[in-house]
Design a protein. Structure first.
Length: 178
């Protein structure tokens, strides 16, 4: 893999652009997103209702056909200016929502953009290039928070926040994320 990191998995007509941080070495070596088996990303996509089929890291190139795209805020060649590239992607592809996979990634975006926006779990009161922003608990196995408080006062576990995004996007209507 080159020093720029993983290629974006993005296409026209996407509903959500899930934005992670810089990929781990396993992902870089394999050339796919969320390769590490301990990362819960692929299980969360399916269990939350964001996808109707169980997928694996080898399927990351197929996500755009399901209306889901992937990128990382920080590519190794950007030196803290990933926000500019992310904003350009959002302007070009116009997803309904940008979902940060982890509060830390959203906070890094805010820092890079030079704003003082408050970052909490769930739908934010600010957007990127006119598009909604939703902050998810990180899918990383290092995330051990049992429950997190959201901007709207909800206290949910990691699966609940991912289900909440699916409900917000109209991909789930059963209220299981509440």
């Amino acid at each position: 893999m080159d020093s720029a990191g993983l290629p974006d998995r993005i296409a026209a007509g996407i509903q959500v652009l899930i934005t992670g941080d810089y990929p781990g070495s396993s992902s870089l070596n394999e050339g796919h997103y969320y390769v590490d088996r301990s990362n819960k990303f692929w299980a969360l996509l399916y269990d939350s209702g964001l996808t109707s089929e169980a997928l694996a890291w080898t399927d990351d190139e197929d996500l755009p056909r399901l209306g889901i795209s992937l990128t990382d805020l920080n590519k190794s060649d950007e030196l803290g200016s990933g926000h500019t590239r992310l904003e350009a992607l959002v302007r070009r592809f116009r997803p309904q929502c940008v979902a940060f996979n982890g509060r830390g990634v959203a906070e890094d975006y805010v820092r890079q953009a030079g704003t003082r926006r408050r970052v909490e779990m769930g739908l934010q009161d600010w957007g990127i290039a006119g598009n909604e922003v939703f902050v998810l608990p990180s899918s990383s196995s290092l995330n051990t928070h049992p429950r997190l408080l959201g901007r709207d006062g909800l206290l949910l576990g990691r699966p609940g926040w991912w289900a909440r995004l699916a409900m917000h996007l109209g991909r789930r209507s059963d209220g299981q994320g509440e």
